[in-house]
Ligand binder design. Structure first.
Ligand code: SF4
Length: 246
């Protein structure tokens, strides 16, 4: 019996197959193409929500607030980060005030961000070290930032790039996923992607790529089932590794 089911036997479900792209996987986005696709995303970006740490950086213009809100944003939704950051700034908006605050009070203020107890301890440690080792000022070098508690490469690059407008590439899960889907890099981890982009990406794109791809990744190029049918850069995308799309 073709196309039907045999009584009593469960119907077999076919495994999802990679989406067919009009662009073959060999035709990865190259250095000419990256300028074109980022330019298109830039013109689309006003329709999307900017990442919350970018909004805080633009509004506050204070490296300490950019750094501390970035810590809150790790593994936390933007809406939660925005509200928790406001509560945190109200009671501990400077290194001096943060260094003095009780850990339990800070944890209560930033709840329910992910790992709020651990982050409260890290934030107080960051403030104390900034006062003790950096004369009360957030350092503007990646290597120095990496010595602070809870600060990894993503946070360090974001602070250097956004708060100090110095060359940096902040690679989070969105930048890692999307640049691999474009075939622009072929990497297994965000750290490898950062190094690959540092070697390949023209410097003029370094500071904008994170903002653009975070907003694009949250709006269209989702981790599972990206919205390829309405994607403005679909005609140049080889969709490397995409198994299901809308
Ligand atoms: S949404 Fe689809 S077509 Fe667009 S960049 Fe992502 S994977 Fe490529």
């Amino acid at each position: 019996m073709r196309g039907g089911t045999v009584a009593g036997m469960p119907r077999r479900t076919a495994a999802p197959r990679p989406v067919r792209s009009r662009v073959s996987p060999e035709r990865a986005v190259d250095n000419r193409g990256i300028g074109r696709v980022l330019g298109i995303l830039q013109s689309e970006a006003p329709k999307w929500n900017a990442p919350v740490v970018t909004l805080i950086n633009t509004h506050e213009r204070d490296p300490f607030r950019t750094l501390t809100s970035c810590i809150l944003s790790l593994r936390t939704k933007d809406e939660v980060t925005a509200i928790a950051s406001r509560r945190m700034f109200a009671i501990a908006g400077t290194p001096e005030r943060m260094a003095e605050i009780a850990e339990s009070e800070l944890a209560r203020a930033i709840y329910p961000v992910g790992f709020y107890r651990t982050k409260a301890k890290q934030l107080i440690g960051i403030a104390q070290q900034i006062l003790e080792r950096f004369d009360g000022k957030v350092p503007d070098e990646i290597d120095a930032l990496l010595t602070l508690p809870g600060v990894g490469r993503k946070t360090a690059n974001l602070v250097v790039g956004q708060a100090f407008a110095k060359p940096a590439i902040c690679v989070d899960t969105h930048v890692h996923r999307i640049t691999n889907r474009w075939g622009y890099v072929r990497t297994k981890t965000p750290e490898q992607t950062e190094m690959a982009l540092r070697a390949r990406l023209p410097a003029r794109h370094w500071l904008v790529i994170n903002d653009l791809l975070v907003a694009f990744g949250q709006t269209l190029c989702h981790p599972t089932s990206p919205k390829c049918s309405v994607c403005p850069v679909a005609r140049w995308c080889p969709r490397v590794g995409v198994v299901r799309s809308r």
